[in-house]
Design a protein around this ligand. Structure first.
Ligand code: GLU
Length: 316
């Protein structure tokens, strides 16, 4: 039997705010997973959504990841520097008749530019513009120049297997509808960008927090439409605050920068993440020291709750 090729994974932070303990846990797990299998780990800065990117955050992300003891192979991939590839994918989808122009609901289209971590409850797009315009030019003429592009989604469930959660199926047509792959300003949406850039970098293993589980079927549909391979997906439970809500980037008191400034040893963060993932780690350790004990099957199901007081190093 031939050994499976070592995996290629990635860390894909969006430089829209400070990284916090939740990001640290997902990134450590993603890194351990590929490093434990002798694989490569790339770093991609997902900076397409200029309205949400904040100055200095790209450098802050890199500093935080290095502080955690993570490293990556090759140069940092900056998503906004690969626009020609994204444009090429849009053109291919358009030529195949997989997309149609849409001139409605600006808000929904704007929201499509970022990874939808908390889109619960949004109504599916009703298909208002499906078969409405003969061409993109016609749609633009109708709207005064701006038209988004949506993927035609066939009805029925989209099954896939998640390496943590097992068999999944999402009926994208019923739950989301035809979804935007480019906004009215031409900005390529998160869903398409992530698919194109993962394929371009040869990413075959994606481990991320399970608030992006709902995006996976959409990404799979785009991979199929573009004739791209799908990676193996692993969605890990989120880290929540004491109120049970997911940590937001605005939870700045639990940001890695604040912990560092407060005197927290990065090895304590590593040990917390390891223990929360079911790995033996009785004392603070460097990230690299846990590669040998990494075992994703030890990961407990369910969200991880964090107690901010446990990270407060200020004198009482
Ligand atoms: N950059 C995305 C985010 O920070 C994650 C992309 C992904 O893992 O698919 O939310």
């Amino acid at each position: 039997m031939t050994e499976p090729a070592p995996p290629t994974g990635r860390l894909a932070p969006s430089p829209t705010g400070l990284l916090h303990l939740g990001h640290a846990r997902s990134f450590l797990l993603a890194w351990w997973q590929v490093r434990a299998a002798g694989g490569r780990c790339l770093l991609r800065l997902e900076d397409l959504d200029r309205s949400r990117v904040r100055p200095g955050m790209a450098q802050a992300c890199l500093r935080d990841l290095e502080w955690l003891g993570l490293d990556w192979d090759g140069p940092v991939v900056v998503q906004s520097e690969g626009l020609a590839h994204l444009r090429g994918a849009l053109d291919a989808l358009l030529a195949a008749g997989a997309l149609y122009p849409c001139v409605c609901t600006r808000r929904e289209i704007r929201e499509a530019a970022s990874a939808p971590h908390d889109e619960g409850g949004a109504a599916p797009y009703p298909g208002t513009c499906r078969d409405r315009f003969a061409s993109l030019d016609q749609a633009r003429a109708h709207s005064g120049g701006r038209a988004a592009l949506r993927l035609r989604v066939a009805p029925g469930p989209v099954p896939f297997t998640d390496g943590v959660l097992g068999p999944q199926a999402m009926d994208v047509a019923a739950e989301v509808g035809d979804f935007p792959v480019a906004g009215p300003d031409g900005l390529v949406a998160y869903q398409l960008a992530v698919v194109v850039d993962d394929a371009r970098s040869g990413i075959d293993t994606v481990l991320r927090a399970d608030d992006l589980l709902g995006s996976t079927a959409r990404q799979l549909l785009l991979q199929r439409a573009l004739g791209l391979p799908s990676p193996r997906w692993f969605h890990v439970p989120l880290v929540c605050g004491p109120d049970g809500a997911r940590l937001a980037k605005r939870a700045d008191d639990l940001s890695l920068a604040a912990l560092r400034a407060g005197g927290v040893d990065p090895r304590e963060v590593v040990a917390w993440a390891a223990r929360s993932a079911g790995l033996p780690c009785p004392e603070p350790l460097a990230a690299a020291e846990l590669i040998g004990v990494f075992d994703l099957s030890a990961l407990p199901a369910g969200p991880v709750s964090i107690d901010p007081a446990a990270w407060d190093r200020s004198p009482a």
